[in-house]
Design a protein. Sequence first.
Lengths: 55, 347
Amino acid sequence: MTIECVECGAELSLPPNVLVGEILPCSDCGVELEILSLEPLQVDLAPQEMEDWGE
Amino acid sequence: MTVRVGIIGASGYTGGELLRLLLSHPQVEVIQAASESSAGKYVYQVHPHLRGRSALRFTSRDTLQPCDVLFLAMPHGQAQQIINRCADLAPRIIDLSGDFRLRDFDVYARYYGAAHAAPDWLRRFVYGLPELYRDQLRSAHYASGVGCNATAATLAVWAAVKAGLLTPDQPLIADVKVGSSEGGNTPTEGSHHPARAGVVRPFQLTGHRHEAEVRQNLAACGDFDVRLAITSVELVRGVAAAVHVTLPAGLTERDLWKAYRDAWNDEPFVRIVHEKSGIHAHPEPRLLAGTNYADVGWDYDPATGRAVLLCALDNLGKGAAGSAVQCLNLMCGFEETTGLTWGGMYP
């Protein structure tokens, strides 16, 4: 089973027995993807803490 | 098959990097290393990291014997003076200097300040950047080296140019930060440690010679106005190019990913580095010291169309000796990556 990274479009293979709520990193752009549901398969960006060096 | 290799100018930094790579190459035997300034010395006495790796002693170029491939790693201006003699010694030549990079002798004279001494040879050389000239290099007998800053700037913009996202109606303004080994191994006032350590010193902000190489590399896609601004920073090895451009309205991050994947996914030594967060989200030369890799990436603001296209590499590696060995592999029919896959160190 594969998913498409919502950030960069990379095609990613899901590990067997993947669970809803599991966080998977994209192999190309490194973003963390959260499995929102399995049927239908839905993913989105997981919440991330960002650096802000301008503050 | 093993090829017998000689190097003229083997005591400089690029010569030392060539020796380091070639002494580990399974299909190369280095039979001679010429240096007028170090003739008679063991190679390790000039390149201490090669102690125990070779029993070679530097010779004078006048005593060189015929070989299969001859590398020229002399300062700019010297190879063109002896190219006919070099061609008598070896059927294949790879010159790392700037002497045979430009195809047009008028352009050469403009950027190097003197007429070329062997203009008939300029078009016999193939520019030694496999990512752009691979097919020509496979059948070439003569390959030039690459300019380190030119390579960083070329690779930084190549994916966008190839995809038609950049056109010649805007200047390509490249801010290029460079390490001290670009200056070679002859001490100068500017390289003296108390004057060099810790600098962020604007070195040449207009008119750099490597602009002509980048323009030549992009010529098939248009007559681009390429401007390099070079700044010396606190690095020994490394080049970091950041090219400031405006991209077409409506372009998305996904479009850029596609352009970069189309350009680079099949290239063994160019890697896309573009992450949303983390301290290694963009290409960084420190990670590439001693390698033949070039990392490319970008930062893009869809709201304004402004983008900064990035490339990092080791000026002595991908920007000089690494690309030259990659050329040797292509010219001799070897697997292109042979001897070049070391991945660097961290931290």
